[in-house]
Design a protein. Structure first.
Length: 112
């Protein structure tokens, strides 16, 4: 089995891309992440993560139509791939397995 290498920020970007579906482009992904994390995200870091995810085959990109709102520029939209969903599921399963192995005393800390 191929090892999944998905950093925490990449995981959040991938999840957000899937959540936003057809409206996933740089600014909307950035705004959603900032809202969820309650912190500022740099567009440079976001686009670097999207590029890594695309190189891994976990997202694809497509160019949208020209809009006046964008000053005549085209938006680049991102779509999560089937492989991206599989990667997220593998990471979730690994996390759940590790959480399941935490000693009960540590789990009790989470409740307090």
């Amino acid at each position: 089995m191929k090892k999944i290498t998905l950093g925490a920020f990449e995981e959040l970007v991938l999840l957000t891309t899937g959540v936003l579906q057809d409206n996933a482009y740089g600014v909307t992904i950035k705004l959603e992440l900032e809202q969820q994390l309650n912190k500022k995200i740099s567009l440079g870091a976001l686009y670097a993560a999207l590029q890594r995810l695309e190189e891994k085959g976990w997202v694809t990109s497509r160019v949208g139509g020209i809009t006046e709102k964008q000053g005549g520029r085209r938006k680049q939209y991102y779509d999560i791939t089937k492989e991206g969903i599989v990667a997220l599921n593998d990471v979730r399963n690994m996390r759940n397995e590790l959480f399941g192995r935490l000693p009960k005393t540590k789990i009790d800390w989470l409740k307090s």
